[in-house]
Each structure stands twice: as structure tokens, then as C-alpha cells.
Write a protein of this length. Structure first.
Length: 146
């Protein structure tokens, strides 16, 4: 069963997504970032080029010819097509991503604004009601400890 982690109270949702993709990459895990809106996919693509000052997060679109050998993939609004296996699915959509159960882990990042919180709560309830174990990570509390 897919392990699900919710990272909530994110001040910079895409920044958190980049850090999570980088951490998974350090653990030799492949990541599929689900960003269904084209402008969102473009923003995360640009951020992955510059997310870490001293390192690069190798990534490409899921349909790119290099996808089979690239550790971080970005999937747009056409669903999650069959392709290279990825252990981690990072959801940037407002809804539950299709085929999320194909992945070992699902990472959900929820921002502090009301609209994103509502969508995050709906996704949380969807997974919980289907019996998935969910781990919660309060990013605001983590910031306070730093």
C-alpha cells in the first residue's frame, strides 16, 4: 500500500516540493512530480534548475526521450502515463492524482492559504477513508524550531 506524507503549512509550496525532490534524489529514489496545469509544470521546471545553489536536480518532462534515464520527471495535465517506474509521486494538483497507488510513496504539499488548505483536507479525507496510513509534517512548527 502506498505510504502517504502530508507536508502542511508550507510558506513556499514549490520550494518545499523542490527540497523534497532533492531529498528523494539523495536517497536514490525516482520522483514523478504531478503538476497538471501547464503554467505550474513550467514553474516547477524553472525552480528545479535553481532550487539548490550548489547542486542541480536533474529532471525532464515525462514524455521527454531522456525520461527513462532521468531521476525526476514532471507530468502535466494528461494524467500519469505509463512510463519509467518512480518510487515517489509528488502531487502539486488540487485533486488526488490518478494512479497514485502505483507508487511506493505519495508526497502532498499543502500551502497556508485557505483554498489550498481546503483542497488538502479533501485529499487527506479521501486517502484516510480508503485506509491509507498518513504521516503529517507541520512545516510551520519545523520553522519555529529552527
Amino acid at each position: 500500500m502506498t505510504a502517504i506524507d502530508f507536508y502542511f503549512n508550507a510558506g513556499d509550496r514549490l520550494g518545499v516540493a523542490c527540497r523534497l525532490a532533492g531529498k528523494a534524489l539523495q536517497q536514490n529514489m525516482r520522483v514523478l512530480i504531478y503538476a497538471p496545469q501547464p503554467e505550474l509544470a513550467q514553474r516547477i521546471d524553472r525552480m528545479l534548475w535553481t532550487a539548490q545553489a550548489v547542486s542541480f536536480i536533474p529532471h525532464c518532462a515525462v514524455h521527454d526521450p531522456l525520461a527513462a534515464s532521468t531521476p525526476v520527471l514532471i507530468a502535466g495535465g494528461d494524467g500519469l502515463p505509463p512510463g519509467p517506474a518512480c518510487e515517489v509521486l509528488l502531487n502539486l494538483a488540487a485533486d488526488c492524482p490518478p494512479f497514485f497507488e502505483r507508487h511506493e510513496r505519495l508526497l502532498e504539499v499543502v500551502a497556508r492559504d485557505d483554498e489550498d488548505k481546503r483542497a488538502g483536507r479533501a485529499r487527506y479525507a479521501f486517502y484516510r477513508d480508503r485506509g491509507y496510513a498518513i504521516r503529517n509534517h507541520d512545516l510551520l512548527a519545523a520553522e519555529a524550531r529552527e
